[in-house]
Design a protein around this ligand. Structure first.
Ligand code: HEM
Length: 272
């Protein structure tokens, strides 16, 4: 539809950060799982496909260093925006920080699920999108912290007792399973599998959303942009069809890899 108007939701930097997060997370999961389930029937062929267990461990560390780097870039990017006076990053309707009205929206959403009230009107970010975002932070602290302990044991042994490394190994593996399970079920479902989005929501790749979809899904933000006459500045051309096709292919591969890893976890857990 050539006359369709599009609204810019995410800029280049946000989309690039998300892409690196997506690739490194799936890479970490794909290289970590054969180590965790090394006795499962699929682990050896999978590790051999990657170059053997030694190479798998090295690849895991390369993905880990890249994920830590993009996390640091993200935190610096946020800090820079706050220092430049963008107070809305930390609080208010355009912030990803959970606020009291998220609890109200959650309550109203549950009522709507139960046919007991109207659908709540959402702002720039919904309560579940904020949860997904914050989960990366505590995931990085728990998985990243325990991963660094496994990577540099001599350094951490200077001030930590021996048993802490057993705990780190356990926590790293279990939290990784939780993270993969959450992303592949809840995040994939909320973002791509729900009605109107299936098979894929392209906004994190293209950065733009059709105007009528934006007005329907984020009515509060849409109304605010309109009342401040700020919408015109966010109107964008439709995504380039060639880019969209490539993004669809890449996103499809990522979803397929995530689902495959999830199936491997289920198979390994049931046959242990
Ligand atoms: C972000 C920073 C991370 C660091 C620094 C890190 C580091 C490590 C290291 C050094 C190991 C031991 C590898 C070996 O034995 O050769 C390991 C194992 C593992 N990692 Fe990570 N990792 C990180 C993130 C992740 C993530 C995001 C996942 C999954 C989503 C993950 C899943 C695993 C699993 C399942 C194991 C095997 C644990 C076991 O053998 O019990 N890691 N990691």
């Amino acid at each position: 539809m050539a006359d369709r108007r599009y609204v810019r939701r995410f800029g280049r930097s946000e989309r690039l950060q998300h892409l690196v997060l997506l690739v490194t997370f799936l890479g970490l999961a794909a290289t970590g799982l054969p180590l965790l389930f090394s006795d499962a029937a699929w682990a050896r062929p999978m590790a051999q496909l990657l170059g053997g267990f030694g190479v798998t461990g090295t690849l895991h560390r390369i993905f880990a260093a890249s994920l830590i780097a993009v996390s640091l870039v993200h935190v610096s990017w946020i800090a820079l925006r706050v220092l430049r006076g963008e107070r809305g990053v930390l609080w208010g309707p355009t912030s990803l920080v959970p606020q009291p009205r998220d609890l109200v929206e959650l309550y109203r959403h549950v009522r709507w699920f139960l046919w007991r009230g109207p659908k709540p009107a959402f702002d720039r970010y919904t309560y579940w999108e904020k949860f997904d975002y914050l989960a990366v932070f505590w995931g990085m602290v728990i998985i990243g912290g325990s991963g660094l302990m496994l990577w540099f044991p001599e350094f951490f042994a200077r001030f930590l007792p021996g048993w802490a490394f057993n705990v780190a190994l356990l926590v790293h593996g279990e939290e990784a399973l939780l993270a993969v399970g959450f992303i592949v079920t809840i995040h994939f479902f909320n973002s791509h599998m729900r009605p109107r989005k299936f098979p894929m929501d392209m906004v994190m790749f293209t950065g733009v959303v059709p105007e009528e979809e934006y007005a329907r899904e984020r009515p509060l933000e849409y109304a605010r942009l309109k009342s401040k006459a700020a919408l015109e500045a966010l109107l964008a051309p439709p995504p380039d069809p060639r880019f969209e096709r490539r993004a669809r292919l890449g996103g499809g591969v990522a979803i397929a890899v995530g689902l495959m890893l999830f199936v491997l976890i289920v198979v390994a857990s049931l046959t242990r």
